[in-house]
Design a protein. Structure first.
Length: 503
């Protein structure tokens, strides 16, 4: 089983089919893309790399990303995608930890990267010359062989390398067609968010379907550019974290645009608040599907389908909208106590996932692997509850739970309420150390541009909707929330600020 075979077969059967665009410019057909991947594979193996060895990608979104992913797989090599926003030293740490034998960079991201082996800028003649090598025959791989070594963001300690196999990613790709969306050759995936993460992973189902792959000319996410691509290319799909969805919706509202040209926006990776998805559906139309997953079971744990999002007549629609949907086809999901004992429906515990998308383990880290994988179940570290219909509602990561005066407070519940206050654009709730209560609830609130938000109003709405003990003891009005490259709010950073403010 080799993921690159999905490219090879379309390259043979339908070589003229459009494959890769940079902006609206067609850069190569499926025949050309397959040939480039085969030549890159030939060049990499000619430099002495053996199957199973690691190749680091430290680049902005770039047309070369795809041919490198598939070229590495073609040669039996393992891709190590690195978040383009990391510091050079952090990328070097990942290169050393994964024992990468070679790295590919774009100069804006990776100039100066020191690795134990060649470091090649994809915009130089050196890279172009690799594409002149003799093509390699597609290398056979076992289903359990590594394909993708993904370093988790690691909010505590050093990042861990999640080992994903050809079978993990093949299953993830096939599952997209059942649980997320049908795709055909007329469709297009746009890589706005980083290709080192979910957006790049979704290249796999789109390659299986022989769809168009579009890298924005800017190499990043700019709402105006994405709307332009949707208008010019049509049938565009994209993976987006909730904050990215929000920026698309803000842009559409400001410009008086609808969802024309977009097919599907798959959102996930962080909580989507009920108010936000309602607004997104109103502004951009019935184009959304939610997924919940994590690096350790990429894009596949649960999904909330387009039909479920639109079923407003359902008596439990409001709860479903705030849930992450039901288990995706290849996995089982359960909720347990700290010892792995299944909890009754409705009780909050740790979310466990088992199935063919679950990682093989953490790279050279048996202790972390033993803690995360027990009896075949992945312990996700997320807290949630299941209802009788199989819908999972996430509370928070266990580390984000606030314990105040002995009571558990799930920040998301407070955030959902704050977001209903007129003039509030974003909210993030964390615990601050407190000598009397252990922790107290602090809310960081971002007002909408031009809006004035009064803490008395925030407090009044909280009093109306949630228990008194969950109410923030303090509100901090801020211009923006700290976020990582994937659009996730960095709660560790907010907690750090509170701690430092105190000191
Ligand atoms: P990562 O491994 O970087 O993809 O982060 C995965 C984590 O993001 C999960 O463990 C969840 O805590 C969170 N997450 C992913 N999808 C969702 C979702 N749909 N709703 C809420 N949180 C999510």
């Amino acid at each position: 089983m080799n993921l690159a075979n999905t490219l090879r077969r379309i390259g043979l059967a339908d070589p003229q089919r459009p494959a890769l665009y940079e902006g609206t410019q067609l850069r190569c057909t499926y025949g050309e893309l397959a040939s480039r991947a085969a030549r890159l594979a030939g060049a990499l193996r000619a430099t002495g790399l053996a199957p199973g060895e690691r190749v680091l990608l430290f680049m902005r979104n770039h047309p070369a990303y795809l041919e490198l992913m598939y070229g590495c797989w073609w040669a039996g090599l393992v891709v190590v995608p690195v978040n383009a926003k990391l510091h050079l030293r952090e990328a070097e740490w990942i290169a050393a930890n994964s024992q990468a034998r070679c790295a590919f960079v774009t100069a804006d991201v990776g100039a100066g990267l020191q690795v134990d082996g060649a470091c090649i800028d994809v915009e130089t003649p050196q890279y172009a010359s690799l594409l002149e090598a003799a093509p390699l025959e597609l290398q056979a791989r076992a289903a359990t062989d590594l394909a993708w070594l993904f370093y988790t963001s690691g909010t505590t300690g050093k990042p861990k390398g999640v080992m994903l196999t050809h079978r993990n990613l093949m299953t993830m790709g096939l599952t997209y067609f059942i649980d997320v969306d049908a795709i055909d050759a007329r469709d297009a995936i746009v890589y706005g968010p980083p290709m080192s993460h979910g957006a790049g992973i979704y290249a796999i189902p789109h390659m299986m379907a022989g769809a168009r792959h579009v890298v924005p000319a800017s190499g990043g996410f700019d709402p105006a550019e994405i709307f332009g691509l949707a208008r010019d290319l049509g049938r565009v799909s994209m993976f987006a974290a909730p904050t990215v969805v929000k920026r698309l919706v803000d842009h559409a509202e400001a410009q008086g645009l609808g969802g024309d040209g977009f097919k599907t926006i798959v959102y996930g990776g962080a909580p989507m608040y009920a108010e936000d998805i309602k607004r997104a559906l109103r502004v951009l139309g019935p184009r959304f599907v939610q997924i919940y997953g994590q690096g350790e079971t990429p894009m596949v744990a649960t999904a909330l389908s387009r039909a479920q999002l639109l079923d407003t007549e359902h008596p439990r629609h409001a709860q479903r909208l705030a849930s992450v949907g039901v288990a995706q086809t290849p996995v089982e999901v359960r909720v347990t106590d700290a010892d792995g004992r299944e909890l009754p429906l409705g009780e909050v515990g740790e979310v466990l996932v088992r199935g063919d998308t679950v990682m093989a383990g953490y790279w050279q880290n048996p202790e972390a692997t033993a803690a995360a994988l027990r009896d075949g179940w992945l312990f996700t570290g997320d807290m949630g509850s299941l209802d009788a219909d199989g819908f999972l509602t996430l509370k928070d990561r266990s580390k984000d739970l606030i314990i105040s005066g002995g009571s558990n407070i799930y920040p998301r519940e407070v955030e959902e309420v704050l977001l209903t206050v007129p003039g509030v654009a974003e909210a993030a709730v964390v615990g601050a150390p407190d000598p009397e209560w252990g922790e107290v609830v602090v809310a960081f609130v971002v007002p909408q541009p031009g809006a004035s938000v009064r803490t008395a109003d925030l407090d009044a709405v909280c009093l109306e909707h949630i228990a008194r003990f969950k109410r923030p003891k303090r509100y901090e009005l801020v211009d923006a929330l700290p976020k990582n490259n994937y659009g996730k709010v960095l709660k560790t950073e907010l907690r750090r600020r509170l701690k430092e403010g105190k000191e």
